[in-house]
Design a protein around this ligand. Structure first.
Ligand code: NAP
Ligand code: ZN
Ligand code: ZN
Length: 350
C-alpha cells in the first residue's frame, strides 16, 4: 500500500483541502498509474456539495484522469510501464451481468465501482478519484490515450468527451443533421466539437452571449442566446437532435418546441432538482425526450480513438490544485473556457 497526497471535500459544506489516500499495491490484474492531469467536471461540484444526495465523505473527486503507468501486475496483458493512459468514471464492474456483457458497464446490474464517491466491488472500500497523484485500477477499466493528443487537453475526454460522443452516436449524428447544443461549458464545448466533426450543422444555445465567438471557433455554425425568448419562435421545429448539458433546472418544454417532428432531446446535464414538463410538448410531433449516462469502456476507447484520428481535445485552463475551490465557484458562474484541468505536480508537497 502507498499513501499519496490528494485533495478532499471533508463534508458537503466545507471547501476542499489537503488529504492523503491509501492506494493498494497492484494485484495481478492491476495497473498503477501516476496521475499527471485530472479534469474538473461539474459532477465533481454536485457530488462534493452533496447536491444529488448520498455523497460519501471525505470525498476525493476527479474522474477525468490521464497518467503514466508506473507498475503493472503479473497478468496485465496490454498495458506497459510508461504508457499514457486514462481512467474515466468507472473503475470496475461485475463483468458477468447482461449489461456488462453488452459493454454497458455503467449500468452493471450489481452496480459498477465508480471512480470516486463509491466503493470497490467489495462494497466496503471507498474509492478516491483523480485529485491525487496515483491511482490503482484493474486493467479492463484502463483506457489508452492515443499518441499525438496533448495529455492535459485529453483528460476531459474521459468524462465530457464520452458523455457527449455517446448520445451523438446513439442518435446516429451525421452530415447535414441539425444539432443543437444547450449550454457551453465542459460537456457543451465537446458536444460542439464532436457533432461538427461528424458533419452536423451545429447551433449553440447559450445563456452567455459573450461566448458566441468561441462557439463559432469550436465549430458551431449558428449561435442563439436563450435569454432572448424570440429564438424559441425563430428556431421552432429546426433540430433533429438537441444535446442538453445544462447543470441547473430550466424549462425543457421550451426546448422541445425546437425539435422537428420525431426529433430527440437528450439530457446529459444533471440538475439536482426536477423540472415539470407537459405531455403535449412530446405528443405534438412524436418527440423523444431521453437521457444518457457517460458510456461503457469499449465505447470510451472508441471515442478516444476517434478523437486521436480527428485531433480533437478539450479547450482547457490548467490550474494547480490549490485553485480548486476558486475553479468550482467560477464553474457555477459559467466562467470556464471550457474545462479546468488540475496539474497534479501541484499536489506534491501539498
Ligand atoms: P459546466 O462546465 O459548468 O457547464 C454547464 C453550462 O450550463 C454552463 O457553462 C452554462 O452554459 C450552462 N448554464 C449554467 N448555468 C445556467 C443557468 N442558470 N441557466 C442556463 N444555463 C446555464 O458543466 P459540465 O461539466 O459541462 O456539466 C454539465 C452537467 O452535466 C452537470 O449537471 C453534470 O453533472 C452533468 N454531467 C452528466 C454526465 C452524464 O453522464 N449524463 C456526465 C458528466 C456531467 P452557457 O453559459 O452557455 O449558458
Ligand atoms: Zn464527469
Ligand atoms: Zn455487471
Amino acid at each position: 500500500m502507498s499513501t499519496v497526497p490528494a485533495y478532499a471535500a471533508p463534508s458537503a459544506r466545507a471547501p476542499l483541502a489537503p488529504f492523503t489516500v491509501d492506494r493498494r499495491d497492484p494485484g495481478p490484474l492491476d495497473v498503477a498509474i501516476d496521475i499527471v492531469f485530472c479534469g474538473v467536471c461539474h459532477s465533481d461540484v454536485h457530488q462534493a456539495r452533496d447536491e444529488w444526495g448520498g455523497s460519501i465523505f471525505p470525498m476525493v473527486p476527479g474522474h477525468e484522469i490521464v497518467g503514466r503507468v508506473s507498475r503493472v501486475g503479473a497478468r496485465v496483458a496490454e498495458v506497459k510501464v510508461g504508457d499514457l493512459v486514462g481512467v474515466g468514471c468507472l473503475v470496475d464492474s461485475c463483468r458477468e451481468c447482461g449489461q456488462c456483457r453488452r459493454d454497458r458497464e455503467q449500468f452493471c446490474q450489481r452496480g459498477p465501482a465508480l471512480t470516486y464517491n463509491g466503493t470497490e466491488l467489495d462494497r466496503k472500500t471507498p474509492t478516491y478519484g483523480g485529485y491525487s497523484t496515483q491511482v490503482v485500477v484493474t486493467e479492463k477499466f484502463v483506457l489508452r490515450v492515443p499518441a499525438g493528443l496533448d495529455p492535459a487537453a485529453a483528460a476531459p475526454l474521459l468524462c465530457a468527451g464520452i458523455t457527449t460522443y455517446s448520445p451523438l452516436r446513439q442518435w446516429g449524428c451525421k452530415a447535414g443533421d441539425h444539432v443543437g447544443v444547450v449550454g457551453l461549458g465542459g460537456l457543451g464545448h465537446m458536444a460542439v466539437k464532436l457533432a461538427s466533426s461528424m458533419g452536423a450543422e451545429v447551433t449553440m444555445l447559450s445563456t452567455s452571449p459573450a461566448k458566441e465567438a468561441d462557439a463559432r471557433r469550436l465549430g458551431a455554425h449558428g449561435f442563439a442566446s436563450t435569454r432572448d425568448d424570440g429564438i424559441f419562435k425563430r428556431l421552432a421545429g429546426r433540430f433533429d437532435l438537441l444535446v442538453d448539458t445544462v447543470s441547473v433546472p430550466h424549462d425543457y418544454n421550451k426546448y422541445l418546441g425546437l425539435l422537428r417532428p420525431e426529433g430527440a432531446m437528450v439530457l446529459v446535464g444533471a440538475p439536482p432538482e426536477p423540472s415539470p414538463f407537459s405531455s403535449f410538448a412530446l405528443i405534438m410531433g412524436n418527440k423523444r425526450l431521453a437521457g444518457s449516462l457517460i458510456g461503457g469502456i469499449a465505447e470510451t476507447q472508441e471515442m478516444l480513438d476517434y478523437c486521436g484520428a480527428h485531433r480533437i481535445t478539450a479547450d482547457i485552463e490548467v490550474i494547480p490544485i490549490q485553485k480548486i475551490n476558486e475553479a468550482y465557484e467560477r464553474m457555477l458562474k459559467s466562467d470556464v473556457r471550457y474545462r479546468f484541468v488540475i496539474d497534479t505536480a501541484s499536489l506534491k508537497g501539498a
